[in-house]
Design a protein around this ligand. Structure first.
Ligand code: APR
Length: 255
């Protein structure tokens, strides 16, 4: 499959215009958040984010797909990194992949007895990956669904953590990144992002734009009508026509 350029990955702004996502209110990040369903190894972005394990030596799922597509050079470099803590991230070159760098982050194995610990670790994955991207001057970054596969993080919960962490980061550092892309793969994640993204990154409210436009049109119409009306008289018409007063008295007397 031919690599997909970052510019070709639809932004939320475009998806909203195409009515692919539901409505809500406005947020400044819509043109810098992307969403695509597919194989993350085909994205020709600055960085893709791998859902790795603590060894960083590869595995199944998206980790396996990235190592297969990158080739042996990736695991050779990963070996020099001596592993990675859960909730943290490390960066390598991309070798045969179309992207420039691979950020390896280790998500939590979901612990439903202590979900708050899992949430904190997952936030750490997104935040440390974004920080690494900014430190390395990378402008477009694509995230796989960290921990939502083998590690069992419920898709909707993970998606909310991902959206909230990315939104907070963009609120503070947004200008440093051109596009943060969420890559979905399985249907469960597509459903989660389609329903969650409009809550964190809603579109411009068309109604406010329409209302403004309607008000401008009304004002223009009123002005156009006003320009057709005769000037408002500045003197009493009677003064101009001396017989007017007698005619008026006679008319008033008859009515
Ligand atoms: N492109 C994009 N997303 C993918 C791809 C792909 N080619 N393959 C799988 N995914 C999605 C899955 O659908 C899931 O939503 O990536 C998400 C993460 O799933 P996993 O790869 O299972 O990762 P995770 O749940 O974080 O578990 C990590 O699994 O693969 C091993 O070595 C890895 O031990 C680590 C563990």
């Amino acid at each position: 499959m031919a690599p997909i350029a970052a510019a070709d990955i639809p932004s939320l702004g475009l998806l909203y215009k195409l009515k692919k996502l539901d409505k809500a209110q406005t947020t400044p990040h819509n043109d810098r958040i992307g969403l695509i369903r597919g194989d993350i190894t085909t994205l020709a972005v600055d960085a893709i984010v791998n859902a790795a394990n603590n060894s960083l030596l590869g595995g199944g799922g998206v980790d396996g797909a990235i190592h297969r597509a990158a080739g042996r050079g990736l695991v050779t470099e990963c070996r020099t990194l001596k592993g990675c803590d859960t909730g943290s991230a490390k960066i390598t070159d991309a070798y045969n992949l179309p992207c420039k760098k691979v950020i390896h982050t280790v998500g939590p194995v979901y612990d439903d007895l202590r979900p708050e610990r899992s949430e904190a670790a997952l936030r750490g994955c997104y935040r440390s990956s974004l920080e690494l991207a900014v430190q390395h001057g990378l402008k477009t970054i694509a995230f796989s669904g960290i921990s939502t596969g083998v590690y069992g993080y419920p898709s909707l919960d993970a998606c909310q953590v991902a959206c909230d962490t990315v939104k907070q980061f963009m609120d503070q550092n947004g200008k440093k990144l051109d596009k943060v892309i969420f890559v979905t793969f399985e249907a469960k994640d597509v459903r989660s992002y389609d329903s969650t993204l409009p809550l964190y990154f809603p579109p411009d409210t068309e109604t406010s734009v329409d209302q403004e436009k309607a008000a401008e049109d009304q004002a223009a119409e009123a002005e156009a009508t006003a320009s057709k009306l005769p000037d408002v008289p500045t003197t009493d018409p009677a003064d101009a026509d001396p017989d007017h007063a007698q005619k008026k008295q006679k008319h008033d007397g008859e009515s």
